[in-house]
Design a protein around this ligand. Structure first.
Ligand SMILES: [Mg+2]
Length: 236
C-alpha cells in the first residue's frame, strides 16, 4: 500500500520553517534584495527609529519620545510605496538633510555573515547576480561606499528606475523591459514576505525568505516561503 496517498500535504501555511528545495541547475539568474537580505537591517532600524527622531526632536524642540511617535505615524502612512525610500521626499518633508545624516552613522552599515562566500560560490557556478532594491540611489551609494560589494553584480537595480516598489506586482513586469529574465529560472531572495508574494504572483519560481534581517533581532521564519537564517544554507 502507498501510505503517501492517505496523507495529503497540508495546503495552507506550514507549521515549521520550510527548507530550500531546489538545485542550482534549475537557476541561472539570481535577484538579491539589499537591506536585511545582504546587509544588516540594524543600520536602517537604528537610523529611522532612533537617529532621525533624535535629530528631529532637537531641531523642533520636541521630546525624543514625542518626535519618535510623530515620525512613526508619518512612516506608516507611506509604507510599501516608493516615497518611503525616497530620500529627497524625506529631506523635504522633515526639513533635514537625510543623506548627510545617513553618512553620519554609516559605520553601522555591514554585510551579513556568509554573504560574500555565497557570491563567490555563485560566481564559481556561473550564475548571474543582480541587486534588486527598493532603496533610493543615494542610499545605495552611501551603502556601497561602505561595503564595496557592487562588483559582484551584473547590475544594481533601484525601484526608483523601475517606477514601482517591489511590493507592487507591476514592478516585476516592468523589470522585464529593463532586464529580460526567465522567471522560471530565476531565484529571488528577500526578507519581506509582502515582496515575495508579489514576485510569486508574477511567477518567479524560486523564492527564498531571509529570516534574520537584523543582527539585533530574533529570527522570524516565513511559513509561506523557504526560509533561511543566512546564505550559508544556499551553498550547495
Ligand atoms: Mg529588505
Amino acid at each position: 500500500m502507498n501510505w503517501a496517498n492517505l496523507s495529503p500535504l497540508p495546503a495552507e501555511p506550514q507549521e515549521a520553517p520550510i527548507p530550500p528545495n531546489f538545485t542550482w541547475q534549475e537557476v541561472d539568474t539570481i535577484f538579491l534584495d539589499m537591506d536585511g537580505t545582504l546587509l544588516d537591517k540594524y543600520y536602517d532600524d537604528f537610523f529611522w527609529e532612533q537617529y532621525v527622531p533624535e535629530v528631529y526632536a532637537f531641531r523642533n524642540s520636541l521630546l525624543p519620545d514625542q518626535a519618535r511617535e510623530q515620525l512613526l505615524a508619518v512612516y506608516r502612512s507611506v509604507e510599501n510605496t516608493l516615497q518611503w525610500t525616497d530620500l529627497d521626499y524625506w529631506s523635504e518633508r522633515l526639513d533635514l538633510d537625510i543623506t548627510a545624516l545617513k553618512r553620519e552613522v554609516s559605520h553601522l552599515v555591514d554585510v551579513h555573515p556568509h554573504v560574500v562566500d555565497f557570491f563567490r560560490h555563485m560566481q564559481e557556478k556561473d550564475k548571474k547576480l543582480y541587486l534588486v532594491t527598493n532603496a533610493h540611489p543615494k542610499t545605495l551609494q552611501v551603502k556601497m561606499e561602505k561595503v564595496r560589494i557592487e562588483h559582484w553584480f551584473e547590475q544594481l537595480i533601484c525601484s526608483q528606475e523601475v517606477g514601482a516598489a517591489k511590493e507592487q506586482p507591476e514592478f516585476w513586469q516592468r523589470l522585464q523591459h529593463l532586464l529580460p529574465y526567465d522567471r522560471t529560472r530565476t531565484l529571488f531572495a528577500d526578507d519581506t514576505e509582502k515582496v515575495l508574494h508579489s514576485a510569486a504572483a508574477y511567477g518567479i519560481k524560486h523564492l527564498i525568505h531571509v529570516a534574520k534581517p537584523s543582527s539585533r533581532l530574533l529570527p522570524r521564519h516565513s511559513f509561506h516561503f523557504p526560509s533561511i537564517l543566512n546564505f550559508r544554507e544556499l551553498m550547495f
